[in-house]
Design a protein. Structure first.
Length: 263
């Protein structure tokens, strides 16, 4: 496939992934949303359908990696040329940022109402020194729409959680072709991957919010930092390395395990 195919497919596919995934987080968060307080199951299925839609759109163009961890795993496995990896990663990051901006545009009225709500503002801690240091700090009332955060802040545990969840995701993607004589599963693979993402969210997503995709977290976090949102709080950059490093390590481990155990 050409460089333009990779750029177009990964940018559009990742943008749609983040638009729908971030959109379900916004829908559940905002009081002025019809899906307010729909809960974790809605978020898990929302992200699964987001993956399904993005992968279906981009599958025939770029292969629908939509995730640097998947790209790294495929490069180690041998299905993707290392020379194409930078283009994949750059396109995915751009797409993630575009998707986050589209979430903001879609929920613009809800963002304004939420961030100017006296009850929401009053709920933010006045003294960061009083915050339980074992828990994720309340970095802002809408940061969770854009990026992930841990329920218990412990760098080693949080990193391991992201690594384990990503290994499951990438191994599930790499082994799909083994169930079809090595020919791959085509569009059915997008559905299988989406269901795997739902399963990861329900089973492994509780501790950290399951980034399992570096650009899913980094791109929207950058957008959160840049958008002129009143009372938005900080972007929690002290945690931001974990949902980037964890999935990248997990993707590399999955690629290595595939080569050892399945080839």
């Amino acid at each position: 496939m050409s460089s333009s195919d990779i750029f177009i497919g990964e940018t559009i596919g990742t943008a749609v992934l983040i638009l729908l995934g971030g959109g379900v987080c916004a829908a559940v968060t905002f009081k002025r949303s019809k899906a307010f307080n729909a809960g974790w199951v809605a978020i898990a299925f929302g992200w699964g359908f987001a993956v399904l839609t993005g992968a279906y759109l981009a599958g025939g163009v770029s292969g629908a990696h939509l995730n640097p961890a998947v790209t790294i795993g495929l490069a180690i496995e041998g299905g993707t040329k290392w020379s194409d990896v930078p283009l994949y990663l750059g396109s995915q990051l751009l797409g993630a940022m575009i998707g986050a901006v589209l979430v903001w545009a879609t929920y613009y009225g809800q963002f304004r109402a939420h961030l100017t709500d006296p009850e929401i503002i009053a709920a933010q801690p006045a003294d960061e020194g009083l915050v339980d240091q074992t828990a994720a700090p309340k970095a802002g009332p809408v940061l969770g729409i854009f990026s992930t955060g841990p329920e218990i802040r412990h760098a080693v545990q949080n990193l391991i959680t992201e690594i384990i969840a990503t290994v499951v995701l990438v191994l599930a993607i790499l082994t799909q072709g083994l169930n079809d004589g090595g020919n791959g599963l085509g569009t059915l693979g997008a559905l299988i991957t989406a269901l795997v993402v739902v399963g990861i969210g329900l089973s492994l997503g509780g501790p950290t919010g399951y980034a399992i995709n570096p650009v899913r977290d980094l791109g929207p976090r950058i957008v959160h930092a840049l958008l002129p949102l009143p009372n938005k709080g900080g972007s929690d950059w002290s945690y931001a390395w974990i949902p980037v490093a964890g999935p990248l390590i997990g993707g590399a481990i999955a690629g290595g395990l595939y080569n050892i155990a399945f080839k």
